[in-house]
Design a protein around this ligand. Structure first.
Ligand code: 3MF
Ligand code: MG
Ligand code: MG
Length: 412
């Protein structure tokens, strides 16, 4: 093939994208509670060892592009859209009004707001630092985000306490730090209650998001399970207002089965919001788009969520690769992520309705017949052949994933 001059590359990408087929219409995509973060679309490709590879994208452009793709909900950190120095000032009101107008114009809703408590130098020792002035600033920041949330009609507030930890041990007293962290969440909930009452709106659902490592070396609330314990610890004045925003990759990173971590959150009644992406166990937070690494695991996750009637948002918290251009972010990255999610979600519906899986699950639950309760040998023997169904079910899920249940085979 001869070289493809730069001015012909977008059309090549567009043609091959078209040739891929299998994309859903914007109307279909809008039926799912898929949320698009400002920061994901505007991510410029920078990282500790990486210079940016893309240009900044203002919120007007992100909202316009999401509307065109069919992503019906948008979310943001406070400082994704408002410079730190403008927070709480007139500049904030003016920007929030512009965001509201942009959302209205393109028919999007703001689903969630979140506070950046990890990037700015003020958070060097975490939002729950020893310094009282940092802590009162943190309480003000999260309360200010709640105010922005109400102004934009959001239903959720998310908190990722990624800087709540340390690099070296001994200086930070974990118990005090966690008490102080609870103080800022309590302030956010109190502000929310007051604002909701005066605006005649429901309070927000405040969702904690765990990540086991990064950016601190040691994290005080590293997993969704740790956060469930924190919510139930007695430190929160309104634990009923606080739930979880697990992120698929963050659970995978520490070695969890994301499906099992989500199941624990479901049982606690705290699975309120879900960041969807993909990546690898025991690696850093690579934030690859949903389904590109672990599609079978993702199918299983969605079977769990569908069968337990999860109705919260699916938040596209991933980073378009540094190799993807600004054009590619909206032409390839977002539409394909949305379409893989929809495909996996619908496949999960097929798995739940699959007669083979249903019969196998029912048979396993019926067991092999009554045996005396104290007889291990008899209980083992009663299920000897039935237990082979575990592997058969796993095989059937693979078949559903690759379309073999509909007759896709390779003739050799
Ligand atoms: C970091 C994250 C964050 C959180 C966000 C919460 C930048 O690994 O996942 O995204 O999701 O701060 O809303
Ligand atoms: Mg992540
Ligand atoms: Mg996240």
């Amino acid at each position: 093939m001869p070289p493809i001059p730069p001015d012909q590359q977008q059309s090549l990408v567009a043609r091959l994208m078209q040739a891929c087929g299998g994309s859903y219409s914007p109307q279909t995509r809008r039926k799912y509670f898929i949320t698009g973060p400002q920061w994901a679309a505007a991510y410029e490709g920078q990282a500790l060892f990486h210079a940016p590879t893309r240009k900044p994208v203002p919120f007007e452009e992100v909202i316009r592009q999401y509307a065109e793709i069919g992503i019906a909900h948008w979310c943001t950190h406070d400082t994704d859209v408002i410079p730190t120095e403008a927070l709480g000032k007139d500049g904030q009101q003016e920007i929030v009004a512009r965001i509201a107008a942009s959302l209205r114009q393109h028919g999007l809703a703001c689903s969630m707001v979140t506070t950046e408590t990890f990037h700015h130098a003020v958070w060097a020792a975490s939002p729950a630092a020893e310094a009282p002035e940092v802590r009162s600033y943190a309480a003000w920041r999260v309360s200010n985000t709640v105010r922005i949330g109400h102004a934009l009609g959001a239903k959720f507030a998310v908190y990722w306490p990624g800087s709540l930890g340390y690099y070296v041990q001994g200086a930070v007293v974990e118990t005090d730090t966690l008490r102080w962290y609870a103080d800022s969440l309590n302030a956010a909930c109190e502000t929310d209650i007051a604002l909701a009452a005066s605006a005649g709106r429901p309070t927000l659902r405040h969702c904690l998001e765990a990540k086991p490592f990064e950016p601190q070396a040691e994290i005080l609330l590293p997993t969704s399970d740790a956060m469930l314990a924190f919510i139930a610890s007695g430190l929160l004045t309104h634990p009923e207002m606080v739930g979880l925003n697990p992120e698929y990759l963050h659970e995978l990173m520490w070695g969890a089965a994301p499906r099992a971590a989500l199941a624990r959150a479901l049982l606690a009644g705290k699975l309120w919001h879900f960041d969807i992406n993909d990546g690898y166990r025991l690696k850093h937070d690579v934030d690859i788009a949903v389904g590109l690494v672990n599609p079978l695991d993702w199918l299983n996750v969605l079977v769990l969520l569908r069968s337990h009637n999860y109705t919260g948002p699916f938040n596209l918290d991933y980073k378009p690769p540094r190799t993807t251009s600004n054009y590619g972010v909206f032409a390839v990255s977002f539409p394909t992520a949305v379409d893989r999610f929809i495909t996996l979600w619908e496949m999960a519906g097929e798995a739940i309705a699959d007669p083979i899986i249903s019969e196998a699950v029912a048979a396993l639950r019926s067991g092999g017949g009554p045996v005396p309760p104290a007889d291990a040998e008899a209980a083992t023997a009663a299920n000897r052949e039935l237990l082979t169904l575990h592997e058969l079910i796993a095989h059937r899920l693979f078949q559903i994933l690759v379309g073999q249940h509909r007759g896709r085979v390779y003739s050799l």
